[in-house]
Design a protein around this ligand. Sequence first.
Ligand SMILES: N[C@@H](CCC(=O)N[C@@H](CS)C(=O)NCC(=O)O)C(=O)O
Length: 219
Amino acid sequence: MSLRLLFHPLSSFCQKALIALYENDTAFTPQIVDLGDAADREAFLKLWPIGKFPVLRDERRDLTIPESTIIIEYLDTHYPGVTRFVSADADEAWRMRLWDRFYDLYVNDPMQKIVGNRLRPADARDPRGVADARARLQTAYGMIEREMAAKTWAMGDDFGMADCAAGPALFYANLVEPFGDNHKTVRAYFDRLMARPSFARVVAEAKPYFHLFPQQDAA
Ligand SMILES: N[C@@H](CCC(=O)N[C@@H](CS)C(=O)NCC(=O)O)C(=O)O
């Protein structure tokens, strides 16, 4: 098989790439990487020294493609399917990329900041960084609330790359900074994402690993 995805089922950015693969039933070999395992880590760092997953290997073309957004754009170009992730129209394309960046940088990253802080030893915690991350998430929720008021998916009627980014980011963000009653549109969009078969499959496959997720803020 030409494509191989190096990933972990619990990772939000890996889930984003998986959604794109599942959307189009794209054939690939899944390879779970355990970064806590020395051998796995060493092999992975050889491929992508930054050490962050997902990473896609296209064996047919002998290419290594890191970064979830780049992976989705690569799939859209070289392994297209029924779901197109970025429009051929230039204006629709930059808007899709903007909202993809938005969910990565302003939902996923602050969520990771809060989760990462929970995993740190007590003397290395960063309460100021966590407070900033919570404020950033609240700002993002307010923007999504307005943006999605009259939309089904991030760009309107068609599911695309930004929706792949939104699902896992909102899933974990809601666990660490709940949407609350004042973000009913965010909740409704999230419910649509959860009902999407590609994302439902990703969540089901992550379930056996949920015990590894730190549920509580450190005291
Ligand atoms: N910008 C990257 C972010 C990837 C990322 O942050 N991956 C996390 C998991 S969700 C990771 O590899 N963490 C392991 C580490 O940092 O050691 C992307 O979009 O793929």
